[in-house]
Design a binder for this molecule. Structure first.
Ligand code: GN1
Ligand code: MG
Length: 371
């Protein structure tokens, strides 16, 4: 996209006046994000939606609107102050829709939340707070009256992700299979165990609920005091296993290195972050979690680096068609780093279980009644 066209796109959102400057921001791998500064009043976020990934933009925007309206109503009802900084507000285009289609691309805008910033890391102190907020986010959506469909069908379905990997390996479009044979074999060894959630769901033992489905540290806004303001990047808010949000968050937050760290010796699992996050999450999510969901939290911590390794490796085999890459082997490096993290989380399972059991015990009567 030629950046000169961006003001033209913005002009389709009548609320935005006095555009001063539009800058590319953000680190997302799917959409493109810009900050729109104006002469006075609010700044805005402009996003080009990747409609190859989110094929049904109408559904995507419907989900986001339902979720933000529901959260806003809850925050207002409990007398929360500063609500506009605690939930995103999307703008309407001139035709009344929450997006603008320029004939080729889909665009949407929301108000930029003042004095906020994103972080790529959390400390043990902030992880507790972040856990509380993600648990609260899920619990606020537990009684969402509208039905939300999946914006990306089978997004966190491990059986489906394995099928995609196997298909990519047999098609071998980019001629890279031989290079990654060893990694594919290691992944296959644990596939059955890692697909257990789908089986439990089919047996009616595990529910699906509305989840965020992309709970990275960088998908949260913090204020200058380090408090969590608001959860962002709502594209993947959809029905899924509730422990998805728990496992996916720790995938980035409790990892001692970046998602694409080339030196896998640096990739380890930080138990302090796990403990702080789990304590916060259990505190706010205990009101609706079932015993099986709690029991599967350590499994979820393993599942997400495993699934991400499979997804990155699949994209590598397909010739890098899904994730934006910055260099040739980027997806392979990402897959190796995620696989290493998966191995590290596996070593920590019994410690995780013990910690969760202690938290549940400590929470006393009220928690036990729910269990
Ligand atoms: C993608 O674009 P971003 O960074 O928000 C992906 C997530 C992955 C993540 C890996 C729609 O998210 O599922 O976990 O990359 N989102 C989609 O960093 O595929
Ligand atoms: Mg995302």
């Amino acid at each position: 996209m030629d950046n000169n066209e961006l003001p033209y796109v913005v002009s389709h959102f009548p609320q935005v006046k006095g555009v001063k400057d539009i800058k590319s921001i953000g680190s997302g791998l799917i959409n493109r994000t810009y900050r729109v500064a104006t002469d006075g009043g609010d700044d805005y976020i402009l996003q080009r939606i990747n409609h190859h990934v989110f094929e049904n933009v109408e559904l995507l925007q419907h989900n986001i609107e339902s979720v933000t309206n529901h959260i806003r109503a809850k925050l207002c009802a409990r007398g929360e102050r500063d609500v506009e900084r605690k939930v995103l507000r999307f703008l309407r285009a001139a035709d009344g829709k929450t997006y603008y289609f320029d004939g080729e691309h889909y665009w949407r805008m929301c108000v930029y939340i003042k004095d906020s910033h994103t972080q790529d890391e959390v400390t043990a102190d902030s992880a507790y707070l972040v856990g509380l907020k993600f648990g609260e986010f899920e619990s606020m959506l537990a009684d969402l009256p509208e039905r939300l469909d999946e914006t990306i069908p089978d997004f966190h379905n491990m059986e489906f992700r394995m099928r995609q990997l196997r298909d990519a390996a047999s098609a071998d479009k980019a001629g890279r299979k031989a290079e990654v044979d060893g990694l594919i074999r290691s992944i296959e060894n644990d596939a059955e165990e890692m697909c257990q959630a789908e089986r439990l769901y089919r047996e009616g033992k595990l529910p699906k609920r509305i989840c965020h489905c992309d709970t990275k540290v960088s998908n949260m806004l913090f204020d200058s005091a380090g408090d969590v303001l608001c959860i962002i990047d709502l594209d993947t808010v959809m029905p899924s296993f509730v422990f998805s949000d728990f496992g996916d968050f720790l995938r980035t937050a409790a990892c001692t290195a970046a998602e694409d760290e080339p030196d896998t010796d640096k990739v380890r699992f930080n138990m302090d972050i796990f403990r702080a996050f789990a304590r916060g999450y259990l505190e706010s999510a205990s009101s609706f979690l079932t015993p099986i969901e709690i029991e599967m939290l350590p499994y979820a911590v393993m599942l997400f680096p495993y699934m991400q390794a499979v997804r990155f490796l699949t994209d590598y085999l397909n010739g890098d068609t899904y994730y934006q890459i910055r260099y040739d082997k980027h997806n392979l490096i990402r897959a190796l780093a995620q696989y290493k993290l998966y191995q590290e989380t596996r070593k920590a399972v019994s410690e995780m279980k013990q910690y969760i059991a202690r938290q549940v015990d400590k929470a006393g009567e009220s928690f036990r009644l729910i269990l």
